[in-house]
Write a protein that binds this ligand. Sequence first.
Ligand code: FAD
Length: 625
Amino acid sequence: MAQGQVRQLGCSSSSLPAFSLLLPLPGEARKAACKQILGLARAEMAACGRGLRRAVGASPHPALRRAHSDARGRLKPEYDAVVIGAGHNGLVAAAYLQRLGVNTAVFERRHVIGGAAVTEEIIPGFKFSRASYLLSLLRPQIYTELELKKHGLRLHLRNPHSFTPMLEEGTAGKVPRSLLLGTDMAENQKQIAQFSRKDAQAFPKYEAFMNRLALAIDPLLDAAPVDMEAFQRGSLLQRLKSLSTLKPLLQAGRILGAQLPQYYQVLTAPAVKVLDQWFESEPLKATLATDSVIGAMTSPYIPGSGYVLLHHVMGGLEGMRGAWGYVQGGMGALSDAIASSATAHGASIFTEKTVAKVQVSSGGRVQGVVLQDGSEVRSKVVLSSASPHITFLKLTPQEWLPEEFVERISQLDTQSPVTKINVAVNRLPDFLAAPNAPRGQPLPHHQCSIHLNCEDTLLLHQAFEDAMDGLPSHRPMIELCIPSSLDPTLAPPGCHVISLFTQYTPYTLAAGKAWDEQERNAHADRVCDCIEAYAPGFKDSVVGRDILTPPDLERVFGLPGGNIFHCAMALDQLYFARPVPLHSSYRCPLRGLYLCGSGAHPGGGVMGAAGRNAAHVVFRDLRSM
Ligand SMILES: Cc1cc2nc3c(=O)[nH]c(=O)nc-3n(C[C@H](O)[C@H](O)[C@H](O)COP(=O)(O)OP(=O)(O)OC[C@H]3O[C@@H](n4cnc5c(N)ncnc54)[C@H](O)[C@@H]3O)c2cc1C
């Protein structure tokens, strides 16, 4: 079999440095835990070693096997469609195209599929959703149309889902206050009333207001944006056809009705201005505001942050709007289910196959790709789930793209504030505001997104200002999640995996500093110190950690600038301006080349919409070829 054809080794090349991080950590408890997992580690690493030696062919240890492959054989010289990148969007596009009878091959440069929706055993025995970790945004049709449950997808719904502990002295022998939110509105109101009775009353109205906006946006997500290019430059037939792209926009307008101006304000105002109109208590406003800035180099005090707020309330799981959950086995298990659905219909998925170049005929039409190993693969169309930067600036011969287009792509805002830290611990964090049960079993708040340093919107703004000065935040905004609190398959018994989504960390540090080992550890230590203040004993429970600063996210996952959405989800880079105005219909100026990842409408998040919409556009184009 060709190299890279069948691949899942279950351990990444970065396992070893991460594992070595575990060893020098002091603390008796940690040593005991190290001992406990070292046995596991040895077995796993031996298996990894065997897997690496075998590289191709023989199956690795079942616990380590996770990838997808072209079960039916070798790389063919020609397919109908080639997809660059096995991110979840690339896999979704392949699954739809193949079901429509378009013979499709996917080429992924990494040893593992999923892109930013991936599970990796970075620290032996601990399986991490190494980048994304929460599922909600995936379009509901995709579950059913691709039969993801049949292909192994299992979900853990979270209720409650949000926990914001306070850093305060408990009064009269009581523990510090905290805000716990879930799907039970009466319970939510009780929680909010600790801080403000007025806010408790306003909360259901706010939820209804935001849900209506989410409902209006819904139809826009599942179709290509209004095709301005066809309107402007198309033939009469194309112009008439493009009228149908107005339908979702009109539907959205109809749902919003006379409240359109208020909703316009949500999309354009600073999140704090919107929240101030509803609420007075800082813990509630700051908790809600975290959604408005997540993944974005912005502050809730900056205009436009309202849109990202919406982006994180517009999903749902199992028919529950706004619900977020964990995927059993980590986010990679979702990518596996999509891949399984694609391959079951005949798609081919190859790992460790980097696309080096998009091939263009002398007539200016895409005719396939060249892989880094020199193989040429012909196809009628090429779809790319890689970022717009990679797709158009690195892989496409520049002479086939208009200069203005190239310039626009190179000017995309790819700033990102995120450093993701994956932590292995030997016991659950014990929060002062919600002490652990006597036997240490998970309590409801452990399954939540735990918001730390998020009691006040000004704290979030100050954290942002540090990054504007080129510094990692002194008190970073932290979203702490413990997926193993609901899914015990992720860690050895009694141990847990913790995901720390932290911001703000600029890509480029001030004063000539670089993100070297010292700076990365300094940021992770600062984050751990903050957690320790809320949950004493946390630092001593850490047995290993994997730190991904913006340059690391760029290097490992191919995210330009470390931007978790491929490029910023700012209003000027959304809908018919994503990735750039006039090229938002998944097509680009080069015939036969399509964007099908987060850089296209409707953008980032594990949503699958870009992959699904692009597949439909490509299918229509193929039919008229
Ligand atoms: C740290 C982090 C946390 C996040 N948290 C969440 C979350 O909890 N929930 C959520 O919904 N979203 C989250 N997101 C966002 C979400 O994960 C991404 O927006 C989404 O996964 C992107 O999917 P994609 O398929 O569009 O692209 P990607 O996942 O980026 O996939 C692109 C693929 O293309 C491959 N590739 C690139 N160049 C080449 C080449 N030349 N040849 C072959 N292959 C190539 C890459 O290796 C990659 O696999 C998070 C992202 C990050 C980074």
